[in-house]
Design a protein around this ligand. Structure first.
Ligand SMILES: [Zn+2]
Length: 119
């Protein structure tokens, strides 16, 4: 893994804000002043394809998440904020119980819309 990719992944592991590519670029520029937005996009795509991070689409915008472990995403329909709902046992329950004839689930993401306290 390149230094740039590693730095982006480390940043996403420690932030809980589910940033956009532009926000990742702004944050990572403090450590890597020469990195371009295009490079950030390319590395975010590679990390997403490799399964190291996940990409969430809210409206027309992609957000990136480096949090490890099963969690549910709550998206506020008023502010667009994304919160991590740490109920791994609920995700594991769905993974265990989900069955549909002729369909094999591979990856389960639970996204719940609602309203946050800031609305
Ligand atoms: Zn998350």
């Amino acid at each position: 893994m390149t230094t740039q990719r590693l730095r982006i992944m480390e940043y996403l592991r420690r932030t809980r804000t589910h940033p956009t590519a532009e926000q990742v670029h702004r944050a990572i520029s403090a450590e890597l002043p020469t990195i371009t937005l295009a490079t950030v996009y390319r590395n975010l795509n590679k990390l997403t394809e490799g399964g190291s991070i996940i990409r969430l689409k809210v409206g027309n915008t992609y957000h990136y998440d480096g949090k490890e472990g099963d969690h549910i995403h709550g998206i506020c329909s008023a502010t667009g904020d994304i919160v991590d709902i740490d109920q791994p046992e609920l995700v594991r329950y769905v993974k265990r119980r989900l069955k549909h004839p002729g369909f094999t689930p591979q990856d389960i993401r639970i996204i719940v819309t609602g309203t946050c306290d800031k609305r």
